[in-house]
Design a binder for this molecule. Structure first.
Ligand code: PEP
Length: 263
C-alpha cells in the first residue's frame, strides 16, 4: 500500500525484501521461487513491492524463475570498485546485467564478520546507484551499544557517512534499520522501539541534506515473521521489512508481504 498520508511524510510504497543469506541450493531455490510466484500475485504486487536477494551464484536461476512475475531481484552485496583486478568481487554493472533491481549494502554480518567500514558501505552504495540499481543500506546497533544507551550515536555515525548520497532518488535509496541484537535471534524490537529509531533515521537524513527524507522507505529487519509483521508495519515510519530467516519459507514471506500491503 501507499504509506505516508501522515503529517510530514510523502507517499511511500511499502517494500518487503528477502535476504536469503548463504542458504539454498539449485533444487531448494527452484521450489522456493515457484512457491513465491504462486503466492505473491499481481494484486498483491500492486500494493507492495517485493524483492528477493539470493546468493550470487543463484541470481541467474532466480532471474529466470521470476521473469515477468513482478517480484524483483536483488544482490546481498557488491564490490566497492567499478571493475578490474579484484578477484572474487562482483560489480554493480554485472548485477544490473543479470537483471538485479536492488543491492543490499552494509549488512551487520558484513560489518561485523568481514570488517566493512562506513567508508566501504558508502562506496558500495554509490556504485550501486551509479549503475542504476536501488540500494538498501543497513544500519543498526549491537546489543552492547544499546545497553550503553548509544544506539542513536551509532546510527548517527552510520547515517552521516551516507551524506555524499543525499541527492539519491527516493525510489532507489532505502535504509534498513536492523538492530544487531534482533537479527536471527528470534528477539524482535518492539514496534515502539523500532518506530522511535525509524523516526530518528528520517530526521537525521533530513538534517544531512537528504531532501527526499520524507519519501524514503525505511525498512525494519530483525526476526520479522508473519506473526509480528503487522504490528511493526503499522508504525508511521516503518515502510516495510528486510527479512532473513522467514524469507526462506514461501508462505511466511508471502504473509509478511500481505501484512505490508494491508498496513
Ligand atoms: C537479516 O539478516 O537481514 C535479518 C533481518 O535476518 P532475520 O530476519 O533472520 O533476523
Amino acid at each position: 500500500m501507499t504509506l505516508g498520508n501522515r503529517p510530514g511524510s510523502g507517499p511511500r510504497t511499502a517494500l518487503v525484501v528477502g535476504n536469503w543469506k548463504m542458504n539454498g541450493d539449485f533444487a531448494a531455490n527452484g521450489s522456493l521461487l515457484e512457491a513465491l510466484r504462486a503466492s505473491i500475485d499481481a494484486d498483491l504486487l500492486a500494493r507492495v513491492e517485493v524483492a528477493v536477494c539470493p546468493p550470487y551464484p543463484y541470481l541467474a536461476q532466480a532471474a529466470t524463475a521470476l521473469r515477468d512475475s513482478g517480484i524483483a531481484l536483488g544482490a546481498q552485496d557488491l564490490a566497492a570498485y567499478a571493475n578490474g583486478a579484484y578477484t572474487g568481487e562482483v560489480s554493480a554493472q554485472m548485477l544490473a546485467d543479470l537483471g538485479c533491481r536492488w543491492a543490499i549494502v552494509g549488512h551487520s554480518e558484513r560489518r561485523t564478520l568481514l570488517g566493512e567500514t562506513d567508508a566501504t558501505v558508502v562506496a558500495k552504495a554509490g556504485r550501486a546507484l551509479d549503475a542504476g540499481l536501488g540500494v538498501i543500506v543497513c544500519v543498526g546497533e549491537t546489543l552492547e551499544e544499546r545497553e550503553q544507551g548509544r544506539e542513536r550515536e551509532v546510527l548517527a555515525r552510520q547515517l552521516d557517512a551516507l551524506a555524499p548520497l543525499a541527492a539519491a532518488e527516493a525510489t532507489d535509496f532505502v535504509v534498513a534499520y536492523e538492530p544487531v541484537w534482533a537479527i536471527g535471534t528470534g528477539r524482535t524490537a518492539t514496534p515502539e522501539q523500532a518506530q522511535a529509531m525509524h523516526a530518528f533515521i528520517r530526521e537525521r537524513l533530513a538534517s544531512r541534506g537528504f531532501a527526499a527524507a520524507a519519501r524514503l522507505r525505511l525498512l525494519y529487519g530483525g526476526s520479522v515473521k508473519a506473526a509480528n509483521a503487522a504490528s511493526l508495519f503499522a508504525m508511521a515510519d516503518i515502510d516495510g521489512g528486510l527479512i532473513g530467516g522467514a524469507a526462506l519459507v514461501a508462505e511466511e514471506f508471502a504473509a509478511i508481504a500481505r501484512s505490508a500491503a494491508l498496513a
